[in-house]
Design a binder for this molecule. Structure first.
Ligand SMILES: O=P(O)(O)OC[C@H]1O[C@H](O)[C@H](O)[C@@H](O)[C@@H]1O
Ligand SMILES: [Fe+2]
Length: 204
């Protein structure tokens, strides 16, 4: 493969010359947010793009790397800020790096055993997602949140791990004073010992 250097357009939240792009609209994110009524009400008004990802995937070989740019729109469903679907890497011991380009966000992380972390991500901050942490991005600002990311090419994504637990343990909501706060998610079901063991066993 030829060496290359791709240009990030921070204002547009795009990566010129990548190999792939996907968009997630509100209608793709049913069941993620707590307030079903607010979700349906927003959907009735239209179907906004919540986030878009552009990346370069050279291949899926062990030791190679995928990188790209995520652009998240600002918004809330009820009091809950816009989030990405979230996942754990299917090969669980693969990490990820996020670099804040613009906007204000949180990286929400959860270990298989249910420990929660919320890490602020701002322009020029580098956020490290260690192996075996479920991760999701949250736009807590009024502007687009744009982040550049990179992760091992053979990571893969397990999206269902969150749904199987009834969501992530915490939800991040507007605190009514221009900031955010985390509250417990009442539908969360802690993973069983067998499920936690299964996650560890995905290491390669
Ligand atoms: O993969 P999603 O949960 O839809 O979120 C958007 C995703 O963009 C890229 O694929 C990043 O590598 C992911 O870690 C990020 O979370
Ligand atoms: Fe990831």
């Amino acid at each position: 493969m030829e060496p290359l250097c791709l240009q990030v357009d921070v204002a547009k939240g795009t990566l010129a010359g990548g190999s792939g792009r996907y968009e997630k609209r509100l209608s793709d994110l049913g069941g993620i947010y707590a307030d079903r009524q607010a979700f349906e009400a927003m959907l009735a008004e239209g179907d906004p793009v919540v986030y878009a990802v552009e990346d370069l995937k050279p291949n899926t070989h062990p030791g190679d790397m995928i990188f790209g740019v995520t652009r998240m729109r600002p918004g809330k469903i009820g009091a809950e800020f816009f989030v990405t679907r979230g996942h754990i890497h299917a090969t669980g011991n693969r990490p990820e790096i996020y670099y804040g380009e613009s906007g204000t966000g949180l990286m929400q992380l959860e270990s298989p055993a249910g420990e929660s972390r919320l890490i602020e991500i701002r322009p020029r901050s580098v956020c490290y997602v260690p192996p075996f942490w479920i991760h999701r991005s949250i736009n807590i600002g009024h502007d687009d949140l744009v982040m550049t990311f990179a992760y091992p090419a053979d990571s893969g994504q397990d999206y269902d791990i969150i749904a199987r637990a009834g969501g992530m343990k915490q939800r991040v909501i507007d605190n009514g004073q221009g900031g955010w706060t985390a509250i417990d998610n009442p539908t969360y079901r802690p993973r069983t010992a067998a499920e936690i063991e299964r996650v560890w066993s995905t290491a390669a």
